[in-house]
Design a binder for this molecule. Sequence first.
Ligand SMILES: NC(=O)c1ccc[n+]([C@@H]2O[C@H](COP(=O)([O-])OP(=O)(O)OC[C@H]3O[C@@H](n4cnc5c(N)ncnc54)[C@H](O)[C@@H]3O)[C@@H](O)[C@H]2O)c1
Length: 303
Amino acid sequence: MGALDGKVAAVTGAARGIGRGIARMFAQEGAKVVVNDLGGTPDGSDHSTVADEVVDEIRSAGGEAVANYESVATVAGGQAIFQTAMDQFGALDILVNNAGILRDRTLFNMEEAEWDEVIAVHLKGHYCCSRPFACYIRDTNRPECRIINFSSVSGLYGNFGQSNYGAAKSGIAGFSRVLALELAKYGATVNTISPGASTRLTIHLREARGLQTDLDDPAQSPAQIAPVVTWLASPAGQEITGQIIDVMQGWVGIMQQPAVIRSFSSDHFWRLQDLDRVMPALMEAKQQHDERVKQQGAPTKLD
Ligand SMILES: NC(=O)c1ccc[n+]([C@@H]2O[C@H](COP(=O)([O-])OP(=O)(O)OC[C@H]3O[C@@H](n4cnc5c(N)ncnc54)[C@H](O)[C@@H]3O)[C@@H](O)[C@H]2O)c1
C-alpha cells in the first residue's frame, strides 16, 4: 500500500536533481508520473530527451511513468504537460512545479535576455503549468488535489548576484499564497518548498566555498526533498496549505510568512520628528524578533 496509490502526478524538471528524486519516490509510492523535462543545460539553453532515463528507471522498478519534453516557460508547454497526464493516465491529482535554471549576474551586468529567461522558466512557468490544472480542479471538482511549488532562499532572504532568480522565487511564494486561497474551496492545497541540495545548480557554488560534494550524504543529497513533497502530496497533507516548508541540510522546517511585527499609530499624518522615534523602535523590534526566530528555528533532533 503506497502513500500515493491511485494518484496521477506531473513533476516538472524531473530528469535531474531534486525533481528526479520526487518523480522516483512518487512512483514508488504508487503514483503514475508524468516526467517533464526540457533536458537543457543549467542556464536553460539546448534540449534533450533525458527525461526518458527517469521513465526507464521508474518502469524497471515496476512503476508507471511517461516522459514529456516541453518547456514549462510557455502556455503551450504547460498545457501539453497537463494533456500528457490526461491522455496517458486520464486524470491529474498532483503538480510539482520544480523545473529551474540559473543565469547569475549582478544587476550592473544583467542583460534583458538573462532577466527574461529566468523569470519565464520560474515565475511564468508556475503560471503556465498551474493554470490548466487549476481550471481542471474547478471544472471537475476533483478532490484532494495538490500543487507544490519551488521557491528558494535566494528570493526569501536575498542572494547576491541573483536579482532575476530571487525576484522569480519571491514571486513564486506570493503566487502560492494567492493560489492556496483560490483553490481552498475545492479542497486543493498549494504549498511552497524552499529546498537546499547538491545539484548541478549548486555544486559549483559550494565548491567555490571550499565545501566537498557527497551526494550520498542525506544532508546534501537532492533525494532529501522527495519525502517531504511526497508527504504533502499524500492524504496526510490535506490540512496544510499556503505554507513554505524549508528542506535542506537534513532538516525540515516551517518558514515565517510576511507579518507585521510591531506598529504605532497616530491621529495625524506622520511628522518627521515622530518618525525619528518610531523608526528606531521598529528596527529594535525587528532585531529582537529576528534573534528570537533564529533561536526557535534551530533544528530539534528527532529521536
Ligand atoms: N539545489 C538547490 O540547492 C536549490 C536551492 C533553491 C532552489 N532550488 C530550486 O529547486 C528546483 C530544482 O533544482 P535542482 O537543483 O534540482 O536543479 P537541476 O538543474 O538539477 O534540475 C532542474 C531541472 O529542470 C529542467 N528544466 C530547466 N528548464 C526547464 C524548462 N523550461 N522546462 C522543463 N524543464 C526545465 C532541467 O533540464 C533540469 O533537469 C529549481 O526550481 C531550483 O531553482 C534548488
